[in-house]
Design a protein around this ligand. Structure first.
Ligand SMILES: O=C(O)[C@H](O)C(=O)CO
Ligand SMILES: [Mg+2]
Length: 261
């Protein structure tokens, strides 16, 4: 049975961030994930997880100045020291929240830097991060993101992930397989999932077009959830979408799997 994690960066936008933990638990989620909550004390997050009996499924490495348009700093040639510090910060938060995986957002290629040079910076940074996170018992993930939603983002496809992972050459670099981005970029969702399953540590779901609830668009999520089960996928499935109406009102798709207490 798929196990779902509420993505608190997208779900419950009507609530303050810290109130979203209670809302996710009340709606039957057993886990939460988010882009990052580095502006909160790690103990505050730990207390919320404990109070609501939630698992911290995932968060991202510090992604730079989000409000200013940054979407990760891992490929930025002038931010190598900041990236390396960010790995230590992420380990501190992961230990506090007992989270065993973190996602790296590669970042947007800066003007004047060519993609190959940016990719080399990313590879070097991942070579630094993968063993450090492994020593702490934390998986490092890399997520391809479609360039329509994030123009200029460096890592867009599973081919990008495979090429970069081969270059990094460390077994602690897993794929975060977001079905929405993969539908936009390349399709063939289940064949690719099955081929790369051994390297996939986390999946996320949203429908296309619109990035709304599973079942609101063209992706056959009934077939995908059945295939995840049939394949013995035992990771979390992140509900990372923009609710069309209210979050709780739009959870009909989740009814068969929600935790009942
Ligand atoms: O957008 C996504 O798909 C990511 O998973 C994310 O964390 C940053 O936006
Ligand atoms: Mg995603």
């Amino acid at each position: 049975m798929p196990r779902f994690s509420a993505n608190l960066s997208m779900l419950y936008p009507e609530l303050d961030f810290l109130e979203r933990f209670a809302a996710a638990a009340a709606d039957g989620f057993a886990a939460v994930e988010y882009v990052g909550a580095y502006d909160r004390e790690p103990q505050v997050l730990r207390d919320l997880l404990d109070r609501h009996d939630l698992t911290q499924a995932l968060f991202n490495l510090p992604a730079g100045n989000w409000a200013a348009g940054e979407r990760g700093i891992a490929c930025l040639p002038d931010r190598i020291d900041a990236f390396r510090e960010s790995v230590d910060t992420a380990i501190r938060y992961a230990e506090a929240t007992r989270c065993n995986q973190v996602n790296c957002l590669a970042g947007i290629v800066p003007p004047g830097v060519d993609r190959q040079a940016a990719e080399q910076v990313l590879v070097d940074n991942l070579r630094h991060a993968a063993p450090r996170l492994a020593d702490a018992g934390i998986k490092l993930l890399l997520e391809p993101i479609n360039p329509r939603d994030m123009p200029g983002f460096l890592v867009n496809s599973t081919a990008d992930y495979e090429r970069i992972a081969a270059e990094v050459g460390h077994n602690n670099l897993f794929l975060q397989y977001d079905f929405y981005h993969m539908q936009v970029v390349q399709g063939d969702l289940l064949n690719t999932f099955r081929r790369l399953q051994g390297r996939i540590a986390h999946v996320q779901v949203a429908d296309n077009p619109g990035r709304h609830e599973p079942g609101s668009g063209e992706i056959n999520y009934a077939a995908i959830f059945a295939a995840l089960d049939a394949a013995g996928y035992d990771g979390w499935v992140g509900a990372e979408y923009r609710p069309r109406a209210g979050t709780s009102e739009g959870l009909g798709w989740f009814e068969p799997w929600r935790r009942r207490r």
